[in-house]
Design a protein around this ligand. Sequence first.
Ligand code: SF4
Ligand code: SF4
Length: 226
Amino acid sequence: MIVAERKPLAEIAEMLKPFRKICILGCGTCVTVCLAGGEKEAEETAAALSLLRQNEGLETEISTGTILRQCEYEYIDDYAKNGFDCDAILSLACGVGVQTMVARLPDKIILPGLNTKFMGYPLEQGVWTENCLGCGDCVLDLTMGICPITRCSKSMLNGPCGGSQNGKCEVDKDVDCAWHLIYERLSKLGLADRMDVIQPPKDWSTSHHGGPRTIVREDVRLEDGE
Ligand code: SF4
Ligand code: SF4
């Protein structure tokens, strides 16, 4: 899932300063699960912002709502049927959701309420970890499910780099060395000899390094593009 954190309230307040009627819109999927931008967080943000603006003597009218997925036109269209009676929308979706909203509602002022961090999963309550950079050519088969692109600080395909100590990465002693984890996993599975295979340089053109990417699936595409 996409993991995000809400921006500091002071930053949100500053970007919304020129507007009186504000709609704070949560998103009901990833950012709800990571407790950053769901219905509850939209209401909490509205209450905190209201108080802050009141203290600053700013006239304010704040409403809240939630779109199940701000990253899909059909959910935006469904919500937008009733219109938006506001001067600006604060979107508590990830960066994908904010941009999808802007694309679908070009006449509206839509501002980001979150800092989108990464793709990852919850390790435990309140702790999320990054584990995929969307490189476009997955190599998890080589490492038996531990991503060297994301979890190795140097994205090495032929690790370890020589700097790891006691299983920790040289760039941060609190971070596991991905290649130590890979070695341990391969050993446990009786596949440690895979460490001897030299991987060729990765073709980064499948990742963001080749520019913004688009996937076209003709088999599921509709004529009118909707
Ligand atoms: S190899 Fe690429 S696609 Fe696979 S998990 Fe790592 S970054 Fe994601
Ligand atoms: S110590 Fe391990 S995780 Fe850190 S950069 Fe070197 S190989 Fe990668």
